[in-house]
Design a protein around this ligand. Structure first.
Ligand code: PLP
Length: 418
């Protein structure tokens, strides 16, 4: 058979498989990076961890009252070794780290930072965005008027030479990073790469690493990387105030009712405290006390995360096994094999991602819109698809991956024959 007729035969077979899948009338959704309710159930005792007659912290703070802007000390001490931030430089806040990111960036835009008192908002302001990345980072920064500059990532993290080239412009104020099990690739930044980012020359005196460690404790496997002590790494490189560390318990306890954290160098933690004091008298300490009682100690958090892994690792494996079985050895797509976090990235043939997403929707499999992983929703190669396996059941996620694979084959052979 000639190469063209071989491709033609593949297209016919892919088309038949797709039609067969679509005819089942399924309704599957692998768009949402949310915990499944079985995961939320793991933290049900949180809801009764503080009762009417037991509202005091161990150090005697009445959690019902105003005050305590930094968050309760015992919870900050509990998370300090896990996040590798000294407890007096770690603030515990409300339920969303995304809100802390918005606040920190807004303060910098309005008032400048510890490294430069000139408000970022006074002139052009830009952020470096490793891609593919987290869509909400991009939409938040865009809404605050930042220009977004994409750079590529490799298997060890963002490509530093590209970041350094852009950071030579003084209006480039910082860079988004998800250091562990990145959304959406699952890549973890190596220590060597972190040291390069810490030492990287930048024209802005207050060039900032927006170090969003949203998945730092979210391992899928027993063997796993450790959270990097980015504060010490940056201090050793002569930039002690460079990282702003964000984290939360959103995907540890209850996604809508967790505790967020902000960690930074000695001066920047004072800076955020001073700025936050203008907009809040203190966070929800009752919820922080619930978390303290629920976990007791850092080992309690680690054990809890192992329970999450037992629920979600089989879902990741179901997707990865299905992709391998259906697409392995065909040169139509590659995918990441994360050891933690919430996502898998599928890289398809250039120009096919939006077609695959559309075909999947028509066959009953909802996928994150193509482009969502890039600034301004524009994936220039149109070849990145984010898969979120945690919400559906193992059976549904496997079916969704089968449907996705059928769409990849159909769109790829259409493209190869075009
Ligand atoms: N950062 C990253 C990288 C995320 O993927 C998410 C949620 O998907 C968040 C932050 C949101 O965190 P939070 O719930 O603390 O606002």
């Amino acid at each position: 058979m000639s190469p063209t007729s071989e491709l033609q035969a593949e297209l016919e077979s892919a088309s038949g498989a797709y039609e067969e899948f679509a005819s089942r009338g399924l309704k599957l959704d692998i768009t949402r990076g949310k915990p499944a309710s079985e995961q939320l159930d793991l933290s049900v005792d949180l809801l009764s961890a503080v009762t009417g007659d037991d509202v005091m912290t161990p150090s005697g703070v009445d959690t019902r009252n105003y005050g305590g802007l930094d968050g309760i000390v015992e919870l900050r001490e509990l998370f300090s070794p896990l996040l590798k931030v000294p407890s007096d430089q770690l603030l515990a806040g409300g339920n969303a780290s995304l809100t802390l990111m918005a606040q920190a960036l807004t303060f910098a835009l309005m008032h400048g930072t510890v490294g430069d008192s000139r408000p970022w908002g006074q002139g052009p302001h830009k952020l470096i965005c490793p891609v593919p990345g987290y869509d909400r980072h991009f939409t938040l920064a865009e809404s605050l008027g930042f220009e977004l500059l994409s750079i590529p990532m490799d298997s060890e993290g963002p490509v530093v030479a590209e970041a350094q080239r852009l950071a030579a412009d003084e209006s480039v104020k910082g860079m988004w990073l998800v250091p562990m099990y990145s959304n959406p690739t699952g890549i973890t930044i190596t220590e060597e790469r972190a040291r390069e980012l810490a030492a990287m020359p930048a024209a802005a005196p207050d060039f900032t690493l927006l170090w969003d460690n949203a998945y730092g404790l979210h391992h899928l496997r027993e063997q796993h990387p450790e959270v990097l002590d980015i504060l010490s790494i940056c201090a050793e490189a002569g930039h002690p105030e460079r990282p702003w560390i964000f984290a939360s318990t959103s995907k540890i306890t209850h996604a809508g009712a967790g505790v967020s954290f902000f960690g930074a160098g000695p001066e920047t933690s004072g800076w955020i405290r001073a700025n936050l004091s203008k907009i809040s008298i203190g966070p929800d300490k009752v919820n922080q006390l619930r978390h303290l009682r629920f976990f007791s100690d850092p080992a309690g958090v680690e054990e809890h995360m192992r329970q999450h892994a037992k629920i979600i690792a089989p879902k990741f494996d179901a997707v990865l096994d299905t992709l391998e079985r259906e697409l392995g050895g065909r040169d139509l797509a590659q995918w990441t094999e994360p050891d933690g976090g919430y996502f898998i990235t599928l890289t398809t043939l250039e120009g096919t991602a939006d077609r695959i997403v559309k075909l999947a929707a028509e066959a009953g499999v909802k996928l994150t819109p193509a482009g969502a992983t890039h600034p301004y929703g524009l994936d220039p190669l149109n070849n990145i698809i984010r898969i979120a396996p945690t919400m559906p059941t193992v059976g549904d996620v496997e079916l969704a991956a089968q449907g996705l694979a059928a769409c990849v084959k159909l769109a790829s052979y259409e493209k190869l024959l075009a």
